[in-house]
Design a protein around this ligand. Structure first.
Ligand code: PLP
Ligand code: ZN
Length: 469
């Protein structure tokens, strides 16, 4: 719908006019820094940075209901830059002109009600928010849309002639980074990804290769790759696209904004279940709900439940013991979350200690539960990845522990698409898991193709078909 055809009462901010003063702020020493630069850690104390909107209070001048209406109307506007995560422009990165926003179809993912049998299996009804339906088929596109739009804006603003975007990845960050960077001018932008050799799935490796990125594999796990890119970002002119880049968190907040909108902004009974790896996602989700809460767009904070595999659960251990210690990880089918030293942990602890308090829980699940959570869910009309399976069995565990209120509205995050993690399904079906996974496939969940002759009668007798009368 063209904005001109809207009712005269349509909110005046339908096409965003609001522009903010944004700065980087150190979560350690509190110093702030000009936004017009690429910055990932505090130049003084090396702590993480976050993005602060110094004009945030201006958003509070209008009631929360007003912003609800703005976002609801915006759903109807056919301006590409407002179709994705920037539907929530004022809460994402309100310095980027609409024409500099890169929109590749990210965000606006559906919430799908759990099928009745699946609900019985888990113990209650819930919704799956399917972030596998993003362009590179994971939620990472949300943050890449804001980070790469910012790069695009900076290139134009400062007439940058040469730029190298780089990230370390458990697979999906590199797929998203390579995709979004490949949309920019190749004469200016080079794209490089660093992957732990053999620790990403074949689909995840093919994605950055297909987008034309330079793919570098190194021995070790994700945490090792992260150390290298941190060193590169510290000493060389590179543009870091890991979630340490606080501008990615800005786009990822849209996950919460969309849930709020999909629930008609009723969040008093909302529970959101998410897998935790490097903790960028859960940080963004909490920040998103917090900002909507602070501006009255929602009236209460939801309960956030983070889920981790027993093979990589430093956040769960922190919640249990009150101290955070990085751990070395064991192989996990939730490979995208197989991280022993989450970069964004300081942000999580800050948000939990200051705002979420009892509204944040962390739960461990086993590898066996995770893979079977994925298989069971996908047998009932859903499409979830292993991390989605992890969230879903996290819900099941939380229910058993009595942590979910009776009247809760539960939304579970499936962070990517089933197809990225097909090899784990295959290993289950073929009973070929290496021992370290501690996964023992059960017959009833296995499924393998049958090889038959090209003969209708043979296939009919195999299927025990009844003849037409
Ligand atoms: C990155 C990723 C995660 C983990 O998210 P963090 O922000 O690292 O906590 C979970 N699932 C998938 C599919 C991912 O790509
Ligand atoms: Zn600092």
């Amino acid at each position: 719908m063209v904005p001109a055809n809207f009712h005269p009462d349509a909110p005046e901010d339908l096409i965003p006019e609001y522009r903010a003063e944004m700065v980087y702020e150190c979560i350690g020493c509190g110093k702030s820094f000009d936004i017009n630069q690429f910055l990932y850690t505090c130049p003084h104390c090396k702590s993480l940075l976050r993005i602060i909107n110094k004009s945030f209070s201006r958003l509070k001048e209008k009631p929360g209901e007003y912003w609800q209406e703005v976002f609801d109307f915006r759903k109807m506007v056919n301006i590409p830059s407002l179709k994705g995560v920037f539907r929530f422009y004022e809460f994402i990165f309100p310095i980027i002109p609409l024409e500099d926003i890169i929109y590749l179809g990210e965000g606006d993912t559906p919430i799908v009600k759990s099928n009745p049998e699946l609900s019985d299996f888990i113990g209650r009804e819930f919704y799956v928010k399917n972030d596998g339906l993003n362009p590179s088929v994971s939620f990472k596109d949300r943050g890449m849309a804001s980070a790469v739009s910012f790069i695009n804006y900076m290139i134009k603003k400062f007439n940058i002639r040469e730029l190298l975007g780089i990230c370390a990845s458990t697979g999906d960050t590199s797929a998203a980074a390579a995709l979004y960077l490949s949309y920019l001018d190749k004469k200016i932008v080079r794209s490089v990804v660093l992957l732990p050799q053999g620790k990403v799935t074949p689909a995840q490796l093919s994605q950055p290769l297909g987008s034309g990125a330079t793919v570098i594999e190194i021995p070790g796990v994700f945490d090792d790759c992260m150390k290298i890119v941190e060193e590169l970002a510290e000493n060389y002119q590179v543009c870091l696209l890991n979630s340490k880049n606080p501008i990615r968190i800005q786009g990822q907040k849209s996950f919460s904004f969309e849930i709020a909108q999909q629930m008609d902004y009723k969040t008093q009974n909302l529970v959101v279940v998410v897998p935790i790896g490097n903790a960028g996602n859960v940080t963004a989700i909490m920040e998103g709900f917090l900002e909507f809460f602070q501006t009255g767009v929602i009236k209460s904070l939801p309960l956030i439940i983070g889920v981790q595999s027993t093979h990589a659960n430093p956040v769960v251990r922190w919640k249990e013991h009150g101290v955070f210690t990085p751990m070395s990880v064991k192989p996990s089918v939730a490979q995208a979350a197989m991280i022993g030293n989450p970069v964004s942990f300081p942000k999580v602890s800050h948000l939990v200690e200051n705002y979420f308090k009892k509204n944040f829980l962390a739960i461990s699940v086993t590898e066996q539960e995770i893979i079977e959570g994925m298989l069971q869910t996908n047998r009932h009309g859903h499409v979830v990845c292993t991390q989605g399976g992890e969230s879903i069995v996290g819900l099941k565990t939380a229910l058993k522990k009595g942590l979910i209120p009776e009247n809760a509205d539960v939304v579970v995050d499936s962070t990517s698409h089933q197809l990225k993690f097909m090899n784990f399904q295959q290993m289950y079906f073929e009973d070929s898991y290496p021992l370290e996974f501690e996964i023992h496939p059960r017959k009833e969940l296995q499924n393998n193709p049958f090889q038959l002759k090209a003969s209708a009668s043979e296939i009919a007798s195999f299927l025990k078909l009844k003849k037409k009368v």
